[in-house]
Design a protein around this ligand. Structure first.
Ligand code: 6PG
Length: 476
């Protein structure tokens, strides 16, 4: 019997996706560059469903029912192109290649266009949820043609996470749309994690609390507005004791955060599209800063590491201030991420529905959170929302948090605790709502040194002042 879908690339994510499909009753063709992995999968998990193993790519393709659907789960970049090049001559018109890795959306656009010329569907698909998600139900973000979704959609919706019976999978839009939203998902993930880390740093410095005590605070937070997977696992990580030293785990981990690139891509794309995703950018740069060990050593040497103690008069109030500041900053990060998605959607003609996107991020993915339900509601109510921040529910959350937000950022500045994401989010909020921005001065300076012209508040047109001459204004 022919398999209904195939997976090539059987490292942990590919293997778990294949098992998820098999457990859901699909006959799954499996292939890996080295056969050993394929054999191990069938040996260990063959009892979970129907696997059709092949050693050679040609046999793998031949084992698939038409139109063929092949999921490739290999490293982004050159390895993905290599697998595509190997597959294309073996496939026939109408067949589908699904790239479920973390590819750059521009690569996906390029590949989709090229494969379309061969009559093949290339379906760049974001998959989130780590290894456990891949096995038990990820959030799935397929791009590519609507036609390919007619075949793939039912399978993907079946293996995806479910929230209130709704699958965490929907067709995002054509060509690179799926990988684009997965990229922004990861950017938001970076921001979320940075905000959590800043909250932890503040609590530790402010309360002198142990990581285990702070774990309890996060556990409590996870019962309210902040309820989310990342808050939940923060409590687990902070509560963990190192088995070698008996110390708090978080104290024995080297404080240099790594990154594989999706956060950086998000920031690069936002710069191209002109979207101020300050929270994601600060989170990405904070990781970079942490990694510059030599520079950090030189700065410690030059400036010392002293910092003042935050004076906490009311412990509960302080914890609540940090919670509210975290929540308000988180709203900013998501608002910026959804702005970015809207800008990408307009630029590339994707017609992405942000409400549906919020729906499929409610479960399965790393940024799953209670408040994604609210994001969906906000876009359901008003699909043209100018900013998530101004939706009534979120505006209230921000407003409630403002005094706390200011106290926390001020305390951090006064005592010397770095809070790049908290503080830039607050500045973003103040910038957005300002009556007048000093951008007018920037325009004046640009006109002064480069005759770049400016517009007026009281008249249409563009103008220029003869700065070096009679200082008269001319219509440009
Ligand atoms: C997910 C994650 C996943 C990625 C991590 C690591 O949605 O399941 O985003 O795709 O492995 O985010 O990314 P960094 O190594 O860049 O932190």
């Amino acid at each position: 019997d022919l398999a209904q879908i195939g997976v090539t690339g059987l490292a942990v994510m590919g293997r778990n996706l294949a098992r998820n499909l098999a457990r859901n009753g699909y006959a799954v063709a499996v292939h890996n560059r080295s056969y050993e992995r394929t054999r191990r999968l069938v040996d260990e998990f063959g009892h979970e469903g129907t696997f059709v193993p092949s050693e050679l790519m040609a046999d793998f393709v031949a084992s698939l029912a038409r139109p063929r659907a092949v999921i490739i789960m290999v490293k982004a970049g050159a390895p993905t192109d290599a697998v595509i090049d190997e597959l294309v001559p073996l496939l026939e018109e109408g067949d589908m290649i699904v790239d479920a890795g973390n590819a750059h959306f521009a690569d996906t656009r390029r590949r989709e266009q090229k494969l379309r010329e061969h009559g093949l569907h290339f379906v760049g698909t974001g998959v989130s949820g780590g290894e456990e998600g891949a096995l038990l139900g990820p959030s799935i973000m397929p791009g590519g043609s609507p036609e390919s979704y007619r075949t793939l959609g039912p399978m993907f919706e079946k293996i995806a996470a479910k929230v209130d019976g709704t699958p965490c999978c929907t067709h995002i839009g054509p060509d690179g749309a799926g990988h684009f939203v997965k990229m922004v998902h990861n950017g938001i993930e970076y921001a979320d994690m940075q905000l959590i880390a800043e909250a932890y740093d503040l609590l530790r410095a402010g309360l002198g609390a142990t990581p285990a005590e702070i774990a309890d605070i996060f556990r409590t937070w996870n019962t309210g507005d902040l309820e989310s997977f990342l808050i939940e696992i923060t409590a687990d990580v902070l509560g963990h004791t190192d088995s070698v030293t008996g110390k708090a785990f978080v104290d024995i981990v080297l404080d240099q955060a790594e990154q594989k690139g999706t956060g950086r891509w998000t920031v690069q794309s936002a710069l191209d599209l002109g979207v101020p995703i300050t929270g994601i950018a600060e989170a990405t740069f904070a990781r970079s800063l942490s990694g510059h060990a030599d520079q950090r050593a030189a700065a410690r040497e030059a400036f010392g590491t002293d910092r003042a103690q935050i004076e906490v008069k009311d412990r509960d109030q302080f914890v609540e201030d940090v919670r509210r500041a975290l929540y308000a900053s988180k709203i900013v990060a998501y608002a910026q991420g959804f702005d970015h998605i809207q800008a990408g959607s307009e630029e590339f003609g994707w017609s992405i529905d942000r409400g549906s996107l919020a729906t499929i991020w409610r479960g399965g993915c790393i940024i799953r959170a209670r408040f994604l339900d609210r994001i969906r509601e906000a876009y359901d109510e008003n699909p043209d929302l100018k900013s998530l921040m101004v939706a009534p529910y979120f505006a209230a959350g921000v407003n409630d948090g403002v005094p706390s937000w200011r106290r926390v950022v001020a305390a951090a500045a006064e005592t010397g605790i770095p809070v790049p994401a908290f503080s830039s989010s607050l500045s973003y909020f103040d910038g957005l709502r300002a009556e007048r921005l000093p951008a007018s001065l920037i325009q004046g300076l640009r006109d002064n040194f480069g005759a770049h012209t400016y517009r007026r508040t009281d008249r249409d047109g563009t103008f220029h002042v003869e700065w070096a001459g009679d200082k008269q204004e001319h219509q440009a």
